[in-house]
Design a protein around this ligand. Sequence first.
Ligand code: PAF
Length: 277
Amino acid sequence: MEIIRTIKDMRQWRAKGGTVAFVPTMGNLHEGHLALVAEARRRAERVVVSIFVNRLQFGQGEDFGAYPRTFDADCHKLIDAGADALFFPDEAELYPRVRQDFNIEPPHIQNELCGAFRPGHFRGVATVVCKLFNIVGADVACFGKKDYQQLHVIKAMVDDLNMPVTIVPVDTGRAETGLALSSRNGYLSEEERAEAPRLYRNLSMMRDALLAGENDYAALENRVREDLTGAGWTVDYVEVRQADTLEIAHAGEKRLVVLAAARLGRTRLIDNVEVMR
Ligand code: PAF
């Protein structure tokens, strides 16, 4: 696997031809990321993964400094997964002026759900992903459904700005307990790890109720909020939304997604389930 640190070298690698599938990451790779790489392998002749912990998408007081940087282990995993190249720029390469004056400004949805608790987060994500797309020039890019709102913002950006890349959504990888795989799971204590699957259990309960015809979304949301709070979680949101637009869902809607974010100790976990009825 070739390790590429500059934009110039990345463009040269791309220019060698063939179809390219791209998996952008912030490193600290787990099975969920490797499923993205496997999907990328199926989609194109050559696969490039990026690792870049993007300061722009972290808010004040968030875990930018503490975000796990595990380069050596990540490289081994990517080689085993069959990646052809790793794009690993440093901050000076991607943000040479330190400031980023031009940004991608997502629509109002950027201020809802996770965006309400992480102001500027989706602007930071969209901006770095746009930069990476411009640098890598991939035909296809794979994103996990675990970050459902992120996937939505990126799909909308690519559609609205006619970016020549196809976005491939990949299902959330889960531990046997149902817990969604996430780099932030590494922050959980043993006790918290045993508690963490409660989030997915609740979302699954909501899915089953919605599939059975329940249309009182607020009642379901409150039930889950109460269950989590009672078990010591701090709930940011639990919401039923339209799967395709992430707008507020009305009773009877057929394509839904239930999204939640809640904190267990100092760890903020997010998860979601789609409900197609
Ligand atoms: O999902 C992530 O790891 C990041 O938000 C991404 C897409 C790599 C942008 O920094």
